[in-house]
Design a binder for this molecule. Structure first.
Ligand code: ME8
Length: 662
């Protein structure tokens, strides 16, 4: 720790490695990254930790399915998580893996302390067990089937270590009372307090039926079971048993989704209290991003991925949307339409337009040098006051994690600048001395406002504010500005503007959404040859070009056989409101009628398609296109430079519906 600087330690959850990050994980990590940048600008020494939760039965199974050892499987997954965060500019200071040796040591140390202090005992755990999957099924009752394989579960009893959670009812309630800000938001706090008031049962913290986990020292048949292992990662990341040396523990803030609040606000402080170690200061549980009002899951086909959005619109656009669209703490719906609408209105027309307009006016009237304001009219004064008071509001909102309000305030200032320019009309002023003076005052005022907006917006829009900063001729980075010293009036005249660069080029909504969806589909269902050819994420839409193609590889017949194509007949066809290129079709594939979307609307009249026989990929995972479920794919040739679709068909013979294509 640097002497003299206050410290701030914050964490995201340690994410499971059985999948790859979607927009939900990205949300928590974006929030953490924003706080990290904001706190640094307020003079804190900040450490942010993220990582991967790599033990347990799900990993055992996934590794088995992939035909590789667990350690190789998790190493690959952890590398993918880490590199995606890097690509998205979300680089934490610490990345902890629960298979790291220092984490293993920390878990064993914490367990030893809990045991020495009398809070751990051996007991019998009875639960419903699936003998096919070799795993206990949480929350199942006798007679229930396994939710994974659907076969009956059996009641099994095994010897486990238990943690005496029941002993912590009173200490926890006292702790919540003494630290009313520990659980945020308020509504979650009430929920947890009543849960604890209802009584706490002891907790089984080891398993003998799981192999892939951290062993209990000396009793290797016991491995630690999920939460005792995972939660401890926060402490491992900043020194483990030697945390005092690093000076970062206890955590100032654990950011989590509402799904895991109980583990963080009940189990975790209880484990630490039992070990007589410092307890974190705050747990903040945000809501979920939903897709079509449902939690995202790959099997439902409604997962939103961050990379395609970052590729097409830039990562700042995604950050802005996530933080602006939903009040932090509440659930929110994710929609590509809303994302692109906000991009165009707030970023392209709002911040982007103000920056380029200001730069162009300064360029034209003052040879690109920021003018000196020698007069101050009441309207200049009142704008200055508004901005000065916005600084205080924005800082307060950031401090309370009210990101949407902070951004609303900043964008209110941008709107005021637009109004100010419209009413002052600097472009209509001539070259007489008083008119020159007026122009100088108006443009200095606008540039000063833009400087302050840039600094205030930096934690949320790190890449684009760097560009505005350079455009304003400022040296260094807005990240280096101390927020507590930010005041109206600090913009020095005479600075030469930097080169103009596109910040947020306006996009065509349909085109952008279709492109993002196509990239997402490609990432979720990669063609075998393209598996390793992920498009790189560019910070700006300039990086939005087509995905680089992998060199074509040969596939075996067994790979081809995985694709099930059949003859289908189109029964109905209609246009989709708001999607120029898509048609919604129902297609008879012999065994059933499927709804399938096809990107052929610009070339085929829906009415003329009815009755037409087409080739259909029938075993593609269902996916959503512009919010419409598509369960299969119609095959078409992509012809000419713009890839005009031409449907594959059967003109020579009347083939039977449902026949397989080989
Ligand atoms: O629970 N909306 O890991 P996990 C918003 N390994 N946030 C979401 C979200 C959504 N739709 N989906 C996921 C685990 N998240 C454990 C944690 S911590 C010691 C161990 C975010 O991979 C949110 O932060 O299932 C949620 O709590 C977390 O991802 C769950 O990630």
């Amino acid at each position: 720790m640097s002497p003299g600087k206050p410290k701030f330690y914050l964490t995201t959850p340690i994410y499971y490695t059985n999948g790859l990050p979607h927009i939900g994980h990205t949300y928590t990590t974006v929030v953490a990254d924003t706080i990290r940048r904001y706190k640094r600008m307020r003079g804190y020494e900040v450490v942010m930790t993220t990582g991967t939760d790599e033990h347990g039965v799900n990993v055992e199974r996934a590794a088995q399915k992939a035909g590789i050892p667990e350690s190789a499987f998790v190493a690959k997954m952890a590398a993918e998580w880490r590199s995606l965060w890097d690509e998205l500019g979300l680089t934490a200071d610490e990345f902890v893996r629960t298979t790291d040796l220092h984490h293993v040591r920390t878990v064993q140390w914490l367990f030893r302390l809990c045991r020495e202090n009398g809070y751990v005992y051996k007991g019998q755990y009875t639960g419903q067990y699936c003998i096919y999957d070799n795993a206990f099924v949480n929350d199942a009752k006798p007679g229930d089937d396994c939710p994974d394989c659907g076969r009956p579960t059996e009641t099994i009893t095994e010897e486990n270590y238990f943690f005496k959670l029941s002993a912590f009812q009173k200490p926890l309630l006292d702790f919540y009372k003494k630290n009313p800000d520990f659980i945020q938001p308020e509504s979650r706090r009430n929920e947890i307090v009543s849960f604890v008031e209802g009584g706490l049962k002891d907790l089984s913290i080891t398993r003998t039926t799981v192999r892939w986990g951290i062993p209990v020292p000396g009793e290797e048949q016991h491995v630690f079971y999920v939460w005792f292992d995972a939660l401890t990662a926060y402490l491992s990341a900043v020194g483990g048993p030697e945390f005092e040396r690093r000076g970062m523990w206890p955590a100032d803030l654990h950011l989590v989704g509402k799904d895991i609040i109980r583990f963080h606000t009940v189990y975790w402080p209880a484990f630490l209290m039992a070990a007589m170690q410092p307890v974190p200061k705050q747990v903040w549980a945000h809501g979920w991003f939903l897709m079509d009002a449902a939690k995202m899951s790959k099997s439902k086909g409604n997962v939103v991925l961050p990379r395609p959005i970052a590729n097409r619109l830039g990562m700042d656009a995604l950050r802005y949307f996530l933080l602006r669209e939903v009040v932090f703490g509440q659930d929110g719906n994710f929609s590509y339409d809303a994302l692109v609408t906000r991009y165009n209105s707030d970023l392209a027309n709002g911040l982007g337009n103000l920056a380029s307009r200001t730069a162009a006016l300064v360029e034209k009237n003052f040879g690109g040098k920021i003018p000196k304001a020698t007069e101050r009219k009441p309207q200049d004064e009142s704008l200055a006051k508004e901005v000065q008071s916005a600084i205080g509001d924005v800082l307060e909102n950031y401090e309370n994690l009210s990101f949407a309000r902070a951004l609303e305030t900043i964008w209110g200032v941008i709107a005021s600048a637009d109004k100010y320019l419209t009413s002052e009309q600097p472009w209509a002023l001539g070259n007489s001395e008083p008119e020159q003076a007026r122009k100088a005052a108006v443009l200095w005022t606008t540039a000063e406002l833009l400087r302050i907006v840039t600094v205030l917006g930096h934690p949320v829009l790190p890449a684009s504010t760097e560009k505005v900063w350079a455009l304003l001729g400022q040296t260094g980075s807005p990240a280096a500005v101390e927020l507590d010293g930010l005041r109206w009036g600090q913009l020095a005249p005479g600075k030469q503007l930097g080169k103009a660069q596109a910040l947020f080029p306006r996009v065509d909504k349909d085109e952008a959404v279709e492109r993002i969806e196509a990239m997402a589909n490609e990432e979720l269902n990669p063609a075998p040859a393209a598996q390793s050819a992920k498009p790189a994420v560019g910070a700006s839409p300039a990086g939005a070009a087509a995905a680089p193609q992998a060199a074509p590889e040969k596939i075996g017949i067994e790979d081809f056989a995985k694709v099930e194509m059949r003859v289908g007949q189109i029964k109905t066809a209609e246009r989709i409101v708001g999607a120029d290129k898509l048609l919604k079709l129902t297609v008879d594939i012999g065994t059933e009628i499927r709804q399938i979307c096809a990107g052929i609307a610009q070339y085929y009249e829906p009415e003329k398609l009815i009755g037409r026989k087409v080739a259909v990929v029938v075993n593609l995972a269902p996916r959503k296109l512009r919010g419409v479920e598509s369960n299969g794919m119609i095959i078409a040739a992509a012809v000419g430079p713009d890839g005009r679709p031409v449907l594959a068909g059967f003109p020579d013979e009347d083939v039977e519906i449902g026949s397989r294509l080989r």
